[in-house]
Design a protein around this ligand. Structure first.
Ligand code: PLP
Ligand code: ZN
Length: 466
């Protein structure tokens, strides 16, 4: 029997709870407008008795579905028949114990781990979700798939289209808002790239209209199937910790797809009896794009069993529009003021007893430099998780003896401009990229030394600085 018979979509609203088949495409409940979840009749599906049963697949890496760090866990996201599954080898990522970074965040007696999702084929965690959404698009026979993007979703979609040739990619990006590494990918992979004047929130609004009119499959994280793939990031974290649950998961928040997916993953694992406790979740906003922080921490908006404070939230966005406030941060991947998964994220914060913090661009870049100095590095948005951890340890919310996993969402090479500007000796370059964002120092810069092309001067410089 096909697993799709036991999967369906369901409205999150407790006053609606309408259900839809997995063969339907909706971005929001047609009846009430609330978000949709993918759900399963777990009782009628084959499940592992314990999480370590998944280890049996480690010896089957010749099979692309077992090799994939997403589809290895197919029985925990069983919405697709195996013949429809799409994989480009995503999810081969690493949980690194980051002892050298521990003093920076102040975890004296605790443990700090970095989950390097930048190791995915397109260089960000987005491949986890794209594998799932692309599979769903294939189930439905889609010919074109589209997204609005701050860069990584478009890079990922473009890659899935280029590798599989199953669909054409159409991507919408805001002007001047996408980093070079990400734009380079979309162009090289052959995506039809539409640059509109505006930011991510503008591009998102447009792409929804275009997809509706032209019947194109939309892969933004408003798409509930994306989140099914992103659950597997948490399965791999647990796997790396030998199936034990850490105290904290810390993740940057943009559209809040990741945090929502993590909450759903833990909710389901607990429900299925596969874990006995749920880690706490910390979501870190950039100060220049801090809608979740404002609404959750300042306005006190809560999930409240699905009856969250709608007037407060609507009032917040009305004021934002009236003041024409736009998101602004060096961490372009989280430069988003209207997070599309806001509702689901409130639920995740409830399920995981979560907190939200904001960090500024200075804190983000200093944390990013420390991550880079400790190993493989990450892009600015990812480093918000480290800056946020530091803040939460200082506040005493995260105990200095706790076990903390920070999700590094994207690869260092995604945004060379911000990295070079941080390390530069050229004050004009620093001001042009960072100074205008309120970044005043580069405390952890590693500056290149300029030396004339003369052997004795080069030798002297190395002896002086080395
Ligand atoms: C997309 C993205 C984010 C934001 O994730 P959400 O799920 O939208 O909250 C953070 N970091 C990087 C590198 C990203 O590409
Ligand atoms: Zn509904």
């Amino acid at each position: 029997m096909s697993p799709t018979n036991h999967a369906f979509q369901r409205c999150l609203s407790p006053d609606c709870r309408a259900t839809y088949g997995v063969d339907e495409v909706h971005f929001g409940c047609p009846k009430c407008g609330e978000s949709l979840d993918v759900e399963y009749d777990w009782d009628r599906l084959p499940l592992p008795g314990k999480l370590s049963d998944f280890e049996a697949y480690w010896t089957q890496r010749h099979d692309p579905i077992r090799f994939s760090g997403v589809w290895r866990f197919q029985s925990l996201l069983p919405f697709a028949a195996t013949e429809h599954i799409v994989t480009v080898g995503e999810g081969q990522t690493l949980l690194q114990k980051a002892d050298s970074l521990r003093p920076f965040v102040g975890l004296d007696g605790g443990e700090l781990y970095l989950q390097y999702e930048g190791m995915n084929p397109s260089g960000s965690f987005k491949d986890n979700g794209m594998a799932a959404a692309f599979t769903h698009a294939r189930m439905l026979g889609a010919k074109r798939a589209a997204c609005a993007s701050t860069g990584n979703t478009s890079a990922s979609l473009s890659m899935y289209c280029a590798v599989t040739k199953l669909m054409r990619a159409l991507i919408f990006i805001g002007t001047g808002k996408i980093s070079y590494g990400k734009l380079a990918q979309a162009l090289d992979y052959g995506a039809l790239t539409v640059q509109i004047s505006g930011d991510f929130d503008d591009a998102m609004a447009r792409v929804r209209e275009v997809c509706q009119q032209l019947d194109i499959y939309l892969v933004n994280s408003i798409n509930p199937f994306r989140l099914e793939g992103q659950k597997t990031i948490m399965y791999r974290v647990l796997e790396s910790l030998r199936w034990t649950v850490p105290d904290w998961i810390v993740v940057p928040g943009g559209n809040l797809g990741n945090s929502s997916a993590f909450g759903k993953a833990f909710m389901e694992l607990k429900h299925l009896g596969l874990i006995d406790r749920i880690p706490r979740l910390a979501i870190i906003n950039a100060r220049g794009a801090n809608t979740l922080y404002q609404l959750f921490e300042q306005e006190g908006v809560r999930w409240n069993e699905g009856r969250w404070q709608r007037p407060t939230v609507e009032g917040y966005f009305e004021e934002m529009d009236a003041q024409q406030r736009k998101a602004s941060t060096i961490a372009s991947a989280i430069e988003i003021n209207r997070p599309v998964n806001f509702t689901k994220c409130l639920r995740a914060l409830e399920v995981c007893d979560g907190v939200v913090r904001e960090v500024n661009d200075q804190e983000i870049l200093d944390a990013k430099a420390k991550v880079g100095a400790g190993g493989m590095g990450c892009e600015p948005a990812s480093a918000a998780s480290i800056a946020g951890t530091k803040k939460l340890v200082e506040e005493g919310i995260i105990g200095s003896d706790e076990q903390v996993v920070c999700i590094l969402t994207g690869h260092l090479l995604k945004d060379p401009t911000s990295t070079i500007a941080y390390h530069t000796t050229d004050q004009d370059e620093f001001n042009e990229v960072l100074g205008k964002r309120g970044v005043t120092r580069a405390s952890f810069a590693n500056r290149a030394i300029a030396v004339p092309n003369e052997l004795d001067q080069i030798i002297r410089a190395i002896q002086l600085y080395g």
